[in-house]
Design a protein around this ligand. Structure first.
Ligand code: DX5
Ligand code: ZN
Length: 231
């Protein structure tokens, strides 16, 4: 059983066949489904709302993680929670009351995560990491799929991992954007345990999952040889 979790983002899915595609990802061993919510303000793109989560909830048992790229996430927490989101990931940027937002997510009984953009330093997590289950490090600027991985995020992933080991061991480090067979081993080496990619791959969902699993398994083997877990 791998320590590395894969959370395919449905942003690249074929929405006319969404249920079928998610079933395919589940069959291929996806650990959860990443739902990208964009409001056209926080990021220059529009995507999906709670109705998609509600529909997916009926057809999959996989955890649905909801990445809220919206100006005021507080407005939507209850609705996504009711629709069936298992975790709610909110950005550090632009949130004047992040602690309140995180507490609200916890009150709703959901897993809480904080997301940091490429230009945001790891140190901002210091006072919030104790309250969350997961940190999501953006490895591209949020807003679009199929962007190129930003290499300068690698040392930051390492710093996030160190901060978590010190303050909240067990909190998960996830990465988002530009993750493929070439970049996945790099982020796993840097300390990430989850990533999103997969849908929209030319070779199909199962092949893309397999390619990523194979790419990170080498890192896990190295880590085992070195006598530690691949975190
Ligand atoms: C970017 C989204 C990502 C995106 C990743 O704003 O948050 O989840 O879907 O897409 P890829 O894997 O194509 O970079
Ligand atoms: Zn995302």
């Amino acid at each position: 059983m791998s320590d590395v979790k894969l959370a395919p983002s449905i942003l690249a899915a074929d929405f006319a066949r969404l249920g079928q595609q998610v079933a395919e990802a589940a069959q291929a061993g996806a650990d959860r489904i990443h739902v990208d919510v964009m409001d056209g303000h926080f990021v220059p793109n529009l995507s999906m709302g709670p109705a998609i989560v509600q529909s997916l909830r009926r057809v999959t048992d996989l955890p649905l993680e909801t990445h809220l790229m919206v100006t005021d996430p507080d407005l939507f927490l209850d609705e996504f929670s009711a629709a069936g989101s298992d975790s709610l990931l909110v950005h550090y940027e632009g949130n004047a009351n992040l602690h309140r937002t995180v507490q609200r997510i916890r009150t709703l009984g959901k897993r809480a995560g904080v997301v940091i953009n490429p230009a945001t330093p790891a140190a901002v997590l210091e006072e919030i990491v104790q309250d969350v289950d997961q940190v999501l490090v953006m490895t591209v600027n949020p807003g679009f799929g199929h962007q190129q991985f930003i290499g300068t995020t690698l040392p930051k992933i390492r710093r996030v991992r160190e901060l978590i080991e010190r303050l909240k061991p067990g909190c998960e480090v996830e990465v988002d954007g530009g993750i493929d067979a070439a970049t996945a081993p790099l982020v796993v080496r840097a300390g990430a345990t989850a990533g999103s990619a997969i849908f929209g791959d030319r070779d199909g969902i199962a092949a893309a999952m397999q390619r990523l699993r194979t790419a990170v398994s080498h890192v896990e083997d190295e880590a085992q040889l070195a006598g530690r877990s691949a975190r």
